[in-house]
Design a protein around this ligand. Structure first.
Ligand code: PMV
Length: 318
């Protein structure tokens, strides 16, 4: 195969990764638990070339994270190849919708196919993807995934069919790029937030609780733990100096609305990442009611609907 196409989906964490451990590239200080989101995709084509280059969403760019990633893969494999990469996201890039997770998962899979001309070892491929962006190691696998503290790779927990009724609505509060990347935000939090050590100490308990609720398909139990995880993550960010503040007024409105909907009997649970977007988790039978409530209360907002999705896949292309 001279040219390959890889398709990957974002990994949305219920239990958040925020903070890198010392002594490795993107090793997590805390465990995370995530769902791979079918319905949002990165499609990456790659081929061998005379020089490294990248076109993202139709625009040629010099992306230092991507160039460093290519170097890591060459060092790891002994390859001397250069790569031309074209990548398209069908959702806003770098806005806190996990485009780096699907982007590096797709890129890792494409490079594996070009270098080895063979099926990947999923665990090893997860390690490759992590070198580009931590959360990308989870996007290698479909369905529900775990990434343990200090582990170089993620692991699959349950496939998408485990809970097919789960829906995620991703509200695009602001489609522009976020002001501060997750890497910088994590560094600032670790180096200056007095709450960071408490966050790291507390996270394993949330992870264990979430795993337990997920295994027994306890929706509201899982949602309550998920909410604690994202709010504690933001609490530690707010303690950084200067503070890391990703929320916008519409983000806060959606957080309050989720609480009101729960009070009214809808089983909807929200989460957020390194950006202003808010993601609602609900079950299929309440999806329409949730969308109507948002329309009626917040007004028209761009949104995407996702469901449990598949892991990365590669296909030859002409
Ligand atoms: O791995 P990164 O750099 O994409 O960071 C992901 C950080 C969060 O989205 C906030 C949490 C997570 O676990 O995905």
């Amino acid at each position: 195969m001279d040219r390959v196409r890889a398709i990957a989906h974002p990994s949305l964490a219920l239990i958040k990764y925020w903070g890198k451990a010392e002594g490795g590239i993107n090793l997590p200080a805390v465990p995370s638990l995530a769902l791979t989101l079918g319905g949002l995709s990165t499609v990456t084509t790659a081929r061998l070339a005379d020089r490294d280059g990248m076109v993202l969403d139709g625009v040629e760019r010099t992306d230092t994270k991507v160039l460093a990633f290519l170097d890591h893969i060459r060092t790891r494999t002994g390859s001397t190849a250069r790569f031309w990469i074209e990548s398209v996201n069908d959702f806003p890039t770098a806005a806190g919708l996990a485009s780096s997770a699907s982007g590096f998962a797709a890129l890792a899979a494409a490079l594996w196919a070009l270098i080895y001309q063979d099926e990947p070892d999923p665990g090893e491929l997860s390690e490759w993807a992590r070198l580009g962006s931590g959360s990308a190691c989870r996007s290698i696998f479909g369905g529900w995934t775990a990434w343990r503290a200090r582990s170089p790779r993620a692991e699959p927990l349950w496939p998408p069919e485990f809970w097919p009724e789960v829906r995620v609505v991703l509200f695009v509060v602001n489609a522009g790029p976020k002001p501060l990347g997750s890497r910088e935000g994590m560094g600032l939090t670790r180096d200056s937030s007095p709450f960071y050590s408490a966050w790291v100490a507390d996270a394993p308990g949330l992870f264990d609780a979430a795993l337990d609720r997920l295994a027994s398909q306890d929706w509201d139990g899982l949602g309550a733990v998920m909410r604690r995880s994202y709010l504690r993550m933001f609490a530690t960010m707010l303690g950084a100096d200067p503070p890391v503040v990703y929320w916008l007024p519409a983000s806060v409105r959606l957080i309050h609305l989720a609480q009101r909907l729960r009070d009214e009997g809808l089983r909807v649970w929200e989460t957020m990442d390194a950006g202003p977007q808010v993601k609602y988790f609900c079950l299929e039978d309440q999806l329409e009611a949730v969308l109507k409530a948002v329309r009626d209360t917040v007004g028209p907002l761009e949104f995407r609907i996702a469901r449990p999705g598949e892991g990365v896949r590669v296909e030859p292309c002409d």
